[in-house]
Ligand binder design. Sequence first.
Ligand code: ADP
Length: 371
Amino acid sequence: MTGMTDQAPTRFPGLAGVQRILAVSSCKGGVGKSTTAVNTALALARYGLRVGLLDADVYGPSLPTLLRPEETTLYQSEEGLIQPLDVLNLKVMSFGWIDPEQNRGAAILRGPMVSQVVSQLATRVYWGELDYLVIDFPPGTGDIQLTLTQQLPIDAAIIVTTPQNLSFVDVVKGIQMFDTVKVPTVAVVENMSYFQCGSCGEKQRIFGEGARERLVQQFGFQHTFEIPLDPRLSQMSDEGTPLIASLPEDPISQLYYELAEKVHGEITRLQQENPGIPTLSYNVGQNCEMTYPDGRIIEIPPLDLRYACRCAACVSEYTGEQLLKKEDLDPDVYPTEILPVGQYAASVKWSDDHRSSIYPYDYLEERFVKS
Ligand code: ADP
């Protein structure tokens, strides 16, 4: 068995050259998530960043409508990875290009399959060197979305909403879902926020005031952006040339540049402040090691790590009682496979055939350093 300190490239061959992954998410469909994802991706690209865009909405892929690459034949590399398509300086991929009859395909996909298909789509596409991979998430905050955030190393999220009454609850649900897997929400986009009168310039808030004030008051959340309701946004999207591509100087395009700039700034700041995620590894006959990018190492004896498993078979879900007894374990138990889970945990397969699905890094740090 070899050391496994460099896990990510082997698990995600297509993502090896991707610097940051940005999820664009919404609680409901039809709020403008895809419109935001495509315009944000194009805005990031206009700053000279190398950007990919993955349409992860397998139920209703909209990228083939929003963008029209000249060449839509898909090619496979020697390593079996799919080459993304090129359009408007973006590398793009959608289930809609893989299965043009996607509606039939989507109808038979069940929840767990959806997250599998999407992570395969993300990880089996050869994205090459990218500063950002923007993922247009399937709408909702259920199991599919949660699993995706656990399977893919997502760095940050943008939540898209509309200013109706319930939007505050939607946004909080979204922030909380990403919070549970340690993915920071770097912006909330209130789409169709107002309609600007063509003659007097007044902003008419057709759907009400939205969640902006409450987000600031209750969460201190400052990064809220308003995009107006504008028929040109939908018209140009339908024609396959999103607003930023057709009218780069338009005031609404400027709003997307501002959004992209703030998101990039916030992610860069968070990455500088954050010491980074550790890597869990094991070399035969030695302790397991949790190694931080700054070189700090926490050593954990394999038996202790196995005993620290929190799965339902090892710890009662209802009472929290420890079910696994140390004396029942093979004293020489060791990891046979260690894989990262999102950006916040690792899963371990053991020589006794047990699989510990999630060891959050914070939990390991708490248990093996502070005790
Ligand atoms: P979602 O991805 O959330 O399902 P879409 O981005 O596909 O939503 O948008 C739904 C519809 O609303 C599309 O027809 C789109 O062109 C339109 N749309 C989105 N944002 C705006 C906006 N700010 N003004 C006008 N139309 C919009």
